[in-house]
Design a protein around this ligand. Structure first.
Ligand code: FPP
Length: 265
């Protein structure tokens, strides 16, 4: 990620963009459901948790690639509100893994000008992890490079319910006229407030589900599902996802521009 501090300049984007991709149509925001860690480990005869450990390496690689290729926001699904249902040992391993990875990587995140934020219900995470999250968020808040959002104890429905509660409280207090509640107001109460919506959702390991991830924000995202297990996700897989994205016609519910011959009465 050596050039990431300069990703905001088109010059760097043009230089770093891999051949075969249009540097002018790199998505601003990529969201990723990092799936398949357990199956990756099983296929190698390893305990599931080794898949998560390899998943951290894949995440570091992906963040670096996104930054170097001019993607401005990367949002990943690290731990869902449903993941607490996994065996206690696996949950504990994941919490410790997040903590150690954050501790180890904080200096380089700062050096590379990454702005990291954790999205989700954070107050039930282990105290040590909460402290580190606060430290990392505060330290990197003013950074000018890629925005890296780590969804942790995150659930899309939970996020929508929390937003509705906050809006209702403001209305009850008389601060917000219910008639003035629109999409902008609603979006401003989500964890992703002030972030552009994802242009592209990537899901690894072949599963065709959204799994309670960014339910509001993904409204118009293009979806790319690949068979690669998350620990094996690499530059080739990311390039394929971006090429797939660039092959799509995004109409946002409208129509393609009508050829002039057809539009004349
Ligand atoms: C899904 O694979 C993966 C997870 C639930 C955990 C993802 C977490 C990481 C990759 C580490 C992130 C690290 C930091 C520092 C944020 P799975 O276990 O559901 O795999 P399976 O579907 O094959 O069982």
């Amino acid at each position: 990620m050596s050039h990431s501090s300069a990703i905001n300049t088109e010059k760097v984007q043009l230089r770093a963009c891999p051949t075969g991709l249009d540097p002018h149509r790199i998505p601003n925001h990529v969201a990723v459901i990092m799936d398949g860690n357990g199956r990756w480990a099983k296929a190698k005869g390893l305990p599931r948790v080794m898949g998560h450990r390899a998943g951290v390496e894949s995440l570091k690689r992906t963040l670096r690639l996104c930054s170097d290729w001019g993607i401005r926001v990367l949002t990943v699904y690290a731990f869902s509100t449903e993941n607490w249902a996994r065996p206690g040992e696996e949950v504990n391993f994941l919490m410790t893994l997040f903590e150690r990875a954050l501790q180890r990587e904080l200096e380089s995140l700062q050096r590379e000008q990454v702005r990291i934020r954790f999205l989700g219900d954070l107050n039930i995470l282990p105290n040590g992890l909460q402290d580190l999250i606060k430290e990392a968020t505060d330290l990197t808040a003013g950074n000018t490079g890629i925005h890296f959002n780590v969804c942790t104890n995150y659930g899309g429905r939970r996020e929508l319910v929390l937003a509705a509660q906050k809006i209702a409280e403001r209305s009850v207090k008389g601060e917000l006229d219910p008639a003035k509640i629109d999409e902008r107001v609603f979006a401003s109460e989500l964890f992703t407030a002030n972030e552009v919506d994802p242009d592209l959702l990537i899901r690894t390991s072949g599963e065709m589900r959204v799994s309670n991830f960014l339910l509001w924000q993904l409204a118009y995202a293009e979806i790319h599902v690949c068979d690669v297990m998350w620990p094996d996700f690499d530059a080739t897989a990311l390039r394929e996802a971006l090429a797939d994205y660039q092959s799509r016609h995004r109409r946002f519910g409208g129509l393609d521009p009508v050829p002039s011959a057809l539009s004349e009465p």
